[in-house]
Design a protein around this ligand. Structure first.
Ligand code: C2E
Ligand code: MG
Ligand code: MG
Length: 690
């Protein structure tokens, strides 16, 4: 048997039987048609894939290369039969015989059958080898599928589940028979919206592939995050044969990440944001402040004498105190502010979106008083205080580092001044804060100290110059500081709630006065009183309401006008509206003060019953013929009249302004041109003259 050497086309003996077989190794035999050694029986049989019979070896032209040697060893005939493997000639069975014409039909048939049998056996052998190899790889694949910790789910072209592996069962909680034939959507939760699934299917349908994080629902209802990869297996015609989804449960990883995140950003003892988180928040809040144009305050706090407590009562008690302090600090700020612990007994607070600086002081004062309350540490009661440094963004600094340095410096200033206090970074702020604090304290004494008095400013009927109305404007005669403007102390009175008592005092003074002037001067005399929104909001006021008080005094409602500002109408609750209605019922009129500086919303004018519109002095100030303010004044007056309101112009300082207002049809004027706000005595003198 000779086998083809693919490299050079030679046919080499691989098995032989009989006499002189050594000889076979010494003769050249080829399968190529272009050499004589390839055109013998063996070469031709292989090349042409057919039996070749040479019955007269010594004379046949095919055998030329070997004739001489064949004669020497006594061969006279030969027959060659191709052996195939996988349909291709692979080897040749060549039989030689000492007699010429040894291969008759019967012998050839027998040998052909033999070579076919060998071919068949070879093919069988190959098939078996392949089968064994593929069985092995299937076994391997199955063991991967079964033992994988990754869940595997296979769906068909109709998106029905056709197979799942054990990891799938353990992750989802579903048994194979519960999901086979179902749509994979039975696994989904409503954690993702419709758009998410649409995007996923779009990608699957265009690329055949999707991977990402998705939250699904286990059989027990629990939802969990998983990392999912979906691949598509296509048929030859590129239709979908199946999809293979593989996923792992990443809920534990998520929890671990969460834990790490918490540890990295929060203080373990107090659960407050730590330094890291504080920097992040400050950075964000500074950006927000920049955008909204509302300043931000950074406070640096250090507990006074904390070290003493820690050293005498032990660290455990120190920890309890810190936790309690953290809790109290958090209670002093809004949800949107940040209280952080930088370490030890150092805390920081970010107050953002500040509308006015009174907020900073309010918070600082409430912190001082909250931390001054006793701390119960086990059986011991201890007292601590805190020193606070305050700096403002963007006023004092615009970088995190500089702000921190400022606040720290201000905190040390507070410590140096004797602890248990707050201190601003800038001297002017500090001075202003001190003044405000002083005024706040003094304001508490002002009522009992009889330091208030009321100035009256006439409101003149422009048509005839008569004075039948006046506005009451409070004055504070401070024993040391002299006369303090209401613009400076009313906001503080509002912040501290003192405005309620002050307002009632004003009301009583005004009612006394109006009753006198009604008797002695004009029966219709009317005085307007400014009423702060804080007074309206003061639900549990200790005072009986104004209409009832008027009735008790025997005064008609018409003797009083209440001045309110637009802002109050804007956040008007039912409660405020009801109070306004009660005024109306009692005949008390309502005047809208400073009109034109706020929202100037027409719809509010219509909604609430307003009797007078007071055009703000900023309009009156700029009145010249044909000016824009002139046009605005005229428009306001026309509109007010249409809505059945009278108009009072504030801040009339010149004859020209008065005349322009008269020409525009304005009803009343008030301002220095007629008279400054004056004492009751002076006012009476003025009335006498008129
Ligand atoms: P307002 O109600 O708009 O009062 C008018 C202010 O304009 C008064 O200032 C008055 O003195 C001033 N004024 C009057 N005519 C002229 C003028 O021709 N030119 C200029 N430049 N100013 C003029 P005042 O008395 O300092 O009061 C300031 C604000 O304080 C008042 O504004 C009012 O909102 C508030 N206020 C005054 N008294 C009370 C009160 O008893 N209770 C409450 N809640 N607020 C009050
Ligand atoms: Mg007023
Ligand atoms: Mg006004």
């Amino acid at each position: 048997v000779g086998q083809l050497d693919e490299e050079n086309g030679n046919i080499l003996p691989v098995a032989s039987h009989g006499d002189m077989t050594d000889y076979l190794n010494s003769i050249p035999v080829s399968s190529r048609a272009d050499v004589a050694e390839g055109r013998g029986a063996t070469g031709t049989a292989l090349r042409e894939n057919r039996s070749v019979i040479v019955n007269d070896y010594l004379n046949d032209p095919m055998t030329a290369p070997w004739r001489e040697s064949a004669a020497n060893i006594g061969w006279a005939s030969a027959a060659a039969f191709p052996i195939q493997r996988g349909g291709q000639p692979f080897a040749v069975l060549t039989v030689c015989h000492a007699q010429p014409h040894a291969f008759d039909e019967e012998a050839v048939a027998l040998l052909e059958e033999m070579s076919i049998d060998i071919s068949f056996a070879l093919d069988n052998f190959d098939r078996e080898t392949r089968r064994m190899a593929s069985e092995e790889s299937l076994r391997l694949a199955a063991s991967v599928y079964d033992t994988s910790s990754e869940a595997i789910m296979i769906t068909n072209a109709d998106n029905q589940i056709i197979a799942v592996n054990p990891a799938f069962i353990s992750i989802t909680g579903y048994l194979a028979e519960e999901v086979i034939g179902k749509d994979p959507s039975i696994l989904s939760s409503d954690h993702q919206d419709e758009a998410f699934y649409q995007a996923m299917w779009h990608e699957l349908n265009t690329t055949g592939y999707w991977k990402g994080e998705i939250w699904d629902r286990r059989k027990n209802g629990e939802i969990y995050p998983k990392w999912l990869t979906i691949n598509t297996v296509f048929n030859e015609d590129s239709t979908i044969e199946r999809r293979v989804a593989m996923f792992i449960d990443i809920s534990q990883r998520r929890e671990a990440e969460q834990l790490i995140w918490r540890q990295a950003n929060f203080d373990a003892l107090t659960a407050l944001p730590n330094r890291q988180m504080f920097y992040d928040r400050l950075d964000q809040d500074m950006k927000k402040s920049h955008r909204s144009n509302r300043p931000l305050a950074l406070m640096f706090l250090d507990l006074d004498r904390f070290k003493e407590i820690n050293d005498t009562l032990g660290h455990d008690m120190g920890d309890v105190l810190l936790k309690e302090a953290a809790h109290r600090l958090s209670g002093c700020v809004r949800e949107t502010d940040t209280v952080a612990r930088l370490g030890g007994d150092e805390f920081t607070i970010i107050l953002n979106g500040l509308d006015d600086l009174n907020t900073v002081e309010r918070v600082a004062c409430s912190i001082l008083s909250k931390l001054a309350e006793p701390f119960h540490l086990g059986s011991k009661i201890v007292y601590v205080s805190v020193s606070i440094g305050v700096t403002l963004y963007p006023e004092d600094a615009t970088s995190i580092e500089a702000l921190l340095k400022n606040a720290d410096q201000a905190m040390y200033a507070a410590k140096n001044k004797g602890r248990n206090r707050y201190s601003y970074f800038t001297p002017t702020m500090q001075l202003a804060a001190q003044t405000r604090m002083q005024i706040t304290n003094d304001l508490r004494e002002a009522l009992v100290g009889n330091q208030f008095w009321i100035a009256f400013q006439p409101i003149v009927e422009l048509g005839n110059g008569k004075i039948c109305k006046a506005e009451a404007l409070i004055r504070w005669q401070h024993p040391q500081r002299g006369l303090i403007s209401p613009a400076d102390f009313i906001p503080i009175a509002e912040d501290t709630g003192l405005i309620v008592d002050i307002g009632e005092w004003v009301f009583r003074e005004v009612t006394n006065q109006v009753s006198i002037w009604r008797k002695s001067y004009h029966p219709e005399f009317q005085i307007s009183i400014n009423k702060s929104p804080v007074q309206f909001r003061d639900e549990n006021s200790a005072y009986i309401n104004w209409p009832d008080q008027l009735q008790q005094l025997g005064l008609p409602g018409q003797s009083i006008v209440v001045e309110i500002t637009e802002g109050m109408l804007m956040d008007a609750s039912d409660a405020i509206n009801n109070k306004l209605l009660a005024f109306r019922d009692a005949g008390i009129q309502v005047s809208l003060d400073d009109f034109g500086t706020g929202y100037s919303s027409l719809s509010y004018l219509k909604k609430f019953d307003i009797d007078y519109l007071k055009i703000d002095q900023s309009f009156t100030r700029n009145l010249t013929p044909d000016s824009e303010d002139m046009a605005l004044c005229e428009a306001i007056i026309v509109m007010a009249h249409k809505l059945d309101m009278k108009v009072i112009a504030e801040g009339v300082e010149t004859l020209e302004q008065r005349d322009l207002l008269i020409a525009a049809g304005c009803d009343y004027g008030q301002g220095y041109f007629f008279s400054k706000p004056i004492s009751a005595d002076e006012f009476e003198a003025l009335l006498q003259k008129a």
